[in-house]
Design a protein around this ligand. Structure first.
Ligand code: NAD
Length: 372
């Protein structure tokens, strides 16, 4: 037996059982497939670390529309009100594409963000040497890429007034000072734990909302985070710089729509959209954790879904809502060791493993780590 710092740490973790309530939201398409992977890994984590996670599975998205007519049933909201966190697969799919606006699966997601005030969406983009060859970007540009996209999640054109007739349509992009202040404070706190540099991405040469963002965000950082630097970048230039000099970024702070687009683009630095996790947070403990990807109807039901984005989202949940940083670290190390050994799905490798085979490997390694 090894007696050292690591052993002592593990013993102290095992000393007390901690219990948490998590709402599971499998959703649609590959959502239930990656959610099933997370549920299995959670089972291993519970045994490994003496955690007790009470999973309360609820409906959202297309599955909820089919069962209840509502993409976010009241029962789901009530369950989240009683929980520490929610873990979501993905929503949407062609079956519901022709539905009227209030009967769209994606509305369930927008409503849960608004209902719980989940204004701060964290999307970490970290490249791993074992995956450099799967990115379309040159490997030398992928060295030391470790950036955090902080996307505002409950404002802007996704939530503004909307209307359409046969000839015209409008999606109003509106932001208030208070909305910009609170997400900038979140970005400032995150930057303080990193390299202390925020890049504010906007379109201030054209948009009034961007000019408000610049004025308010600079004021907050200068007044409240004097140790943090803030620089500006137009979104069109940012789209280019993300691919040409990704290692130069630390924290990217941006509004809802720009953050949505830039993070899918940034997934190509890592190799696949199936690798990117996210956390959606408010000012309290509750958070919603989900992969950045959607329901991928083109591969649903085929065992091809990459579960790593979901498993990394689970790690974020452990860290941010359950205060289980050691457990999160153990899961992340296990995932990285799987990547190093080529345990990948077919989005990355033509002879790749299935979703459940990857999950088996992660569970086996996590369980073995427990015995060491
Ligand atoms: P998508 O993210 O579902 O898929 C884009 C591409 O990436 C597809 O080729 C898909 O096969 C691939 N992909 C995505 N996740 C993968 C994974 N884990 N493993 C392997 N390959 C993966 O985006 P889309 O096709 O534009 O949208 C499909 C549906 O998902 C739509 O209904 C959309 O509204 C919805 N959507 C939901 C969310 C969400 O639930 N948070 C996010 C984005 C899109």
């Amino acid at each position: 037996m090894r007696i050292g710092k690591e052993t002592m740490k593990a013993n102290s973790i095992n000393a007390a059982t901690r219990a948490f309530r998590v709402v599971g939201l499998p959703g649609d398409g590959i959502g239930p497939e990656v959610y099933a992977a997370a549920r299995r890994v959670l089972g291993v984590l519970e045994r490994r670390f003496d955690l007790e996670i009470r999973l309360d599975e609820q409906l959202i998205g297309g599955a909820a529309i089919d069962a209840t007519g509502d993409p976010l049933p009241q029962e789901t909201i009530d369950a989240c009100n009683d929980a520490d966190a929610a873990l979501l697969g993905a929503v949407g799919g062609p079956k519901w594409d022709g539905n009227p606006a209030e009967q769209r699966p994606e509305l369930g997601l927008l409503r849960i963000r608004a209902e719980f005030n989940l204004f701060c969406n964290l999307r970490p983009i970290v490249t791993h040497p074992a995956l450099h060859s799967f990115s379309p970007i040159r490997p030398e540009r992928l060295q030391n890429v470790d950036l955090m996209i902080v996307r505002e999640l409950t404002g802007g054109s996704y939530f503004g007034k909307k209307w359409r007739n046969d000839d015209e349509a409008e999606d109003v992009c509106r932001y208030t000072r208070a909305e910009v202040q609170r997400v900038t404070r979140a970005a400032g706190r995150i930057a303080q734990q990193r390299d202390k540099c925020i890049t504010l991405v906007d379109k201030a040469n054209v948009l009034e909302t961007s000019r408000l963002w610049r004025a308010v965000a600079h004021r907050v950082i200068e007044d409240e985070f004097p140790d943090v630097q803030i620089e500006n970048l137009y979104v069109d230039a940012a789209a280019m710089h993300l691919l040409t000099r990704p290692a130069d970024f630390d924290v990217i702070l941006t509004e809802n729509l720009f953050g949505d687009i830039l993070s899918d683009e940034a997934s190509m630095l890592c190799g696949s959209l199936g690798l990117l996790p996210s956390a959606s947070l408010n000012d309290e403990r509750f958070g919603l954790y989900e992969p950045v990807h959607g329901s991928a109807p083109d591969i649903a039901g085929q065992g091809k879904a990459n579960p790593y984005a979901m498993l990394l989202s689970l790690a974020m949940m452990l860290r941010y809502s359950l205060d289980c940083a050691d457990e999160a670290g153990a899961l992340e190390s296990c995932i990285h060791s799987c990547w190093a050994d080529g345990i990948l799905t077919t989005d990355l490798h033509p002879d790749g493993f299935t979703t459940s085979e990857v999950t088996d490997r992660v569970c086996e390694r996590l369980a073995v780590t427990a015995e060491q």
